[in-house]
Design a protein around this ligand. Structure first.
Ligand code: FAD
Ligand code: SF4
Length: 488
């Protein structure tokens, strides 16, 4: 423990977000730089607990107290070694993770937790700036070939681990660029795409091959892939979205969040679906909804309203969600701050009953009603029916699992047991292997809609299983079994 009094003498501090009126004029990340001396004080708050619960809070098992101590002692080079030992991509998690580690931090029992995520991102950004993130090609090659389907965080983590273990790895991606939801779901203002590009450069230099624009199951069959490769890792995500089949759903102007966000992420403001000058309604109160808000703000929406069917969550931990669980709390993301400053609304316990169309079939308004909580089955509250104007609606109501058909249907026919689990995700045994010999599944495709940190943890773990399958042994680390779940 670097500073035995650090947690008593320093308060938690995070970098400032750039002023709303400035940041909404560009697409860059919202946070200002954080001076090194401030970060050292934040690292000094870590108590180096005998039992660091943060390790368990983090699905990757990041060695948090160790790198806090190294940052405090100004040994950044060793800090990135220790961070990379458990996390292939701290630049993604350090920016985007909801930080369940901080909710499990022991200091958080009676004070503000250590700013773990901020220390994490500063370590990796410093490492890139100093030129310490270099390719780590394998010392020997095995001659075994592995196909990874999908280039989100799960596929990338699996590919990097397997390439470094000496296998010939090809990543297939149906989109025109690598990154999965990091690339076309998550907006630039949360993570600039250069963070993905520089990591891909490292992976290419290590020997990983990327083939974009290849839809496996359409452009190439599963049978062809199995004939060409010794093992396959399915990492195609959980991209089947939840819909809202109420009257008027076919109105022009109603889009799924993942129809709206990708063109905005490609063109930054110059999007085929623009919110400019429109009354925008975002249905869904989660992270995806917040990403739609931030995007619509930057496109110049006339007004934005966010609707959520659940009641407003509490600001502080309720007794039913005690430390060290990850509580469902009211969040003020950067996009919510922008919404508030521009006079928009976040409306809770409300349900959409109809998309109202004009004579040309274009969306004109939304018909709403207040509802009672989930215990009452979201029963409508009589007398609360109303309409709000809307020309653009984005549906951000979550995802139902992987897309069926094509690749998965073909593999399901070959499966020795049930290919899908009861929730419709791809079923795996304890070694991440599906019912088809040599075919493994990692990330949202096996777990269902989740988080980047879980996807990386699964990708790393599945890589260890594939390595063992191909060579009979492995030195690759296993972060989690496929059955691991968040502490809630
Ligand atoms: C808008 C949005 C914002 C989010 N924000 C956050 C956040 O801030 N923090 C966080 O932790 N999590 C966030 N998430 C969740 C997180 O992005 C996912 O949990 C994570 O990306 C899952 O990783 P994955 O590798 O399993 O799949 P994905 O990232 O979904 O990648 C799967 C890839 O596989 C490709 N693919 C699918 N099928 C095929 C095929 N047959 N052939 C070729 N390619 C195929 C897809 O095109 C895609 O690129 C967000 C999700 C969304 C939708
Ligand atoms: S990856 Fe997420 S949970 Fe793990 S240390 Fe980083 S912020 Fe915390």
């Amino acid at each position: 423990m670097a500073d035995p009094k650090g947690f008593l003498t320093h308060d938690r501090e995070l970098p400032q977000r750039r002023p709303v009126d400035v940041r909404i004029r560009d697409w860059r990340e919202v946070y200002d730089a954080f001076p090194a001396e401030k970060l050292t004080r934040q690292a000094a708050r870590c108590m180096d607990c005998g039992i660091p619960f943060c390790h368990n809070g983090c699905p990757l098992g990041n060695l948090i107290p160790e790198w806090n101590d190294l940052v405090y002692r100004d040994d950044w080079r060793e800090a990135i070694e220790r961070l990379h030992a458990t996390n292939n991509f701290p630049e993604f998690t350090g920016r985007l993770c909801p930080a369940p580690c901080e909710m499990a931090c022991v200091l958080g029992i009676n004070a503000d937790p250590v700013a773990i995520k901020r220390v994490e991102v500063e370590i990796i950004d410093r490492a890139f700036a100093e030129g310490w993130v270099t390719p780590q090609p394998p010392l020997a090659r095995t001659g075994k070939k592995v196909a990874v389907v999908g280039s989100g965080p799960a596929g990338l983590a699996a590919a990097q681990q397997l390439t470094r273990a000496g296998h010939d790895v090809v990543v297939f991606e149906r989109a025109d660029a690598i990154g999965g939801l990091l690339r076309y779901g998550i907006p630039e203002f949360k993570m600039e795409k250069r963070n993905i590009d520089r990591r891909i450069e490292q992976m290419v230099a290590e020997g990983t091959e990327f083939r974009t624009g290849v839809h496996v199951g359409v452009d190439v069959t599963a049978a062809q892939l199995r004939a060409e490769f010794d093992a396959i890792v399915l990492a195609g995500g959980a991209t089947a979205w939840r819909d809202l089949p109420v009257p008027g759903r076919d109105a022009e102007g109603v889009y799924q969040a993942m129809e709206y966000l990708p063109p905005a992420n490609k063109g930054f403001g110059d999007s085929s679906i623009s919110a400019q000058g429109k009354h925008v309604v975002v249905i869904g109160g989660g992270d995806t909804g917040a990403d739609c808000i931030g995007t619509a703000v930057r496109q110049g929406a006339a007004s934005i309203t966010q609707l959520e069917i659940m009641p407003k969550p509490p600001a502080d931990r309720p007794g039913s969600q005690p430390w060290p669980t990850f509580p469902m709390l009211f969040k003020m993301e950067s996009a919510h701050e922008e919404l508030a400053e521009l006079g928009g609304d976040r409306v809770y316990a409300v349900s959409t009953t109809e998309f109202v169309k004009d004579a040309e079939g274009r969306l004109a308004a939304l018909r709403l009603v207040d509802v009672e909580g989930p215990a009452a089955g979201f029963k409508p509250v009589p007398g609360t029916e109303r309409e709000i104007p809307a020309q653009l609606v984005t549906l951000a109501m979550g995802f139902l699992g992987p897309e069926k058909g094509g690749l998965l249907t073909e593999l399901a026919e070959l499966s020795a047991g049930e290919f899908f689990d009861p929730r419709g995700n791809v079923a795996r045994n304890r070694s991440y292997q599906t019912g088809v010999d040599g075919v493994f599944a990692a990330g949202d495709m096996g777990r269902g809609q989740s988080l980047i940190v879980w996807a990386i943890a699964e990708g790393r773990s599945a890589a260890a299983a594939v390595d063992e399958y191909l060579t009979g042994q492995t030195a690759l680390p296993v972060a989690i079994p496929p059955t691991a779940r968040p502490l809630v």
